[in-house]
Write a protein of this length. Structure first.
Length: 397
């Protein structure tokens, strides 16, 4: 029986673990000296009672993860293989959906092993490693996927550089190399992805249900503004749903070519789609000056962004950003307000929304809201796990 190095948990943090949170925080444990990344640890309380077994790893979220509360359960290859097989089996409906070929296959702690995620992009897998600790188990994890999942090749993103940033380099890891970009499908829409071009792939898979809702329920006949548009996935959804026009705004030069490619993949007429490479904050000022008004404004900023003239933090500045969006939204228009910031919950996000409309002296109605889709298995009361918040808001007179 493989046991781990014993560490002791502070009483104040013991309750969280007993309530199902597997995340270990630096301030919660003692006895952490001389630990190596990836080392198995046995967490006990001050009375010496076994609380759980996990591994030590330094990452943005904490310093490790509990993997089991069963003292008789070993953390070995069989453990990893069982969790990965279970996660794969849970995605059976997505495997049988011919209209969707890109989805989250393994979602870290939500599927029983915190510290890494795996996305499926057609015949390729992408592993995101969030610590050097979990990376120590790479061989087991790849072997487990090889045993239980059909794929052509595996790519990886190592996100354990300074402050959890992406480690630049060739991301090919195993199997057959891909010829990118490849095309994936999501609810019948087509998107270009590249698994070996920097930190991001071309699409954020956690917004699948939001894009479908924009296409199927709201976009028809509307003039749509998509801010922080990246590769234009929301714009594609709006155009596929019959929008009158779309305007996609993003600061990155790459957004123009990548957005154009996604429109072309979906046979969307480019004449009605405007792509603007510009700082979103500057574009809002331009839109006000030109008295531009939109029927729908999509607001999905990164949690943190910095340009030459602006620094944006979702936790501090979202209400101010939303206020600017309200000012260029037509009466009875819709704002899709989204954030992936994990430092606040949906209740706080709704407070930001209320503050913004109050300052604009406008009324509003919440039409519907979204969290993570089903394949993004998560621990609901762990804010770091249950991060996505999307609210459809109607601007009222």
């Amino acid at each position: 029986m493989m046991t781990g190095k014993q560490v002791t948990i502070d009483e104040a943090f013991e309750k969280g673990i007993r309530n199902g949170s597997p995340l270990l925080y630096k301030d919660s444990l003692s006895g952490m000296k001389e630990l190596n990344e990836g080392q198995i640890i046995d967490v006990k309380n001050k009375a010496g009672k076994f609380i759980g077994r996990g591994y030590y790893a330094i990452q943005n979220k904490g310093i490790g993860w509990l993997l089991t509360t069963n003292e008789q359960e070993a953390i070995d290859f069989a453990f990893f293989a069982e969790k990965i097989k279970a996660a794969n089996d849970k995605r059976a409906a997505l495997y049988h959906d011919n209209e969707t070929t890109a989805f989250r296959l393994f979602n870290g702690e939500g599927d029983g092993i915190g510290g890494f995620t795996v996305d499926r992009y057609d015949q390729f897998l992408l592993i995101q490693w969030y610590s050097k600790g979990i990376y120590e188990y790479k061989e087991w994890i790849i072997k487990a996927f090889e045993s239980h999942v059909d794929f052509k090749g595996i790519y990886e993103k190592k996100r354990f550089d300074t402050n959890g940033t992406y480690v630049e380099g060739d991301d090919f890891a195993y199997g057959e190399e891909g010829q990118f970009p490849i095309m994936v499908k999501e609810n019948g829409m087509k998107f270009a992805v590249d698994l070996n071009e920097g930190a991001m792939t071309g699409i954020f898979l956690d917004q699948r249900e939001v894009r479908k809702t924009i296409r199927d329920k709201y976009a028809k006949g509307l003039d749509v503004l998509n801010t922080f548009s990246y590769t234009g996935a929301f714009s594609v959804a709006a155009a596929a749903g019959g929008s009158k026009t779309t305007t996609s705004v993003d600061l990155a030069n790459r957004s123009r070519a990548k957005t154009t490619m996604n429109f072309e993949y979906n046979d969307i007429e480019l004449a009605d789609q405007k792509i603007v490479v510009e700082d979103v904050f500057h574009y809002f000022k331009y839109a006000v000056k030109k008295q531009l008004q939109f029927d729908m404004v999509i607001l999905d900023p990164p949690s943190f962004a910095r340009s030459k003239k602006h620094t944006f933090s979702a936790a501090k500045d979202y209400s101010k950003l939303l206020k600017e969006a309200i000012s260029i939204t037509k009466q009875s228009g819709i704002i899709v307000a989204s954030t992936n910031c994990s430092t606040f919950d949906m209740k706080k996000f709704k407070q930001f929304i209320h503050e913004a409309f109050n300052k604009q002296k406008d009324n509003y109605e919440i039409l519907e809201e979204f969290g993570l889709p089903e394949d993004f298995a998560n621990i609901r009361h762990l804010k770091e796990s249950n991060y996505l918040k999307v609210v459809f808001i109607k601007k009222r007179k």
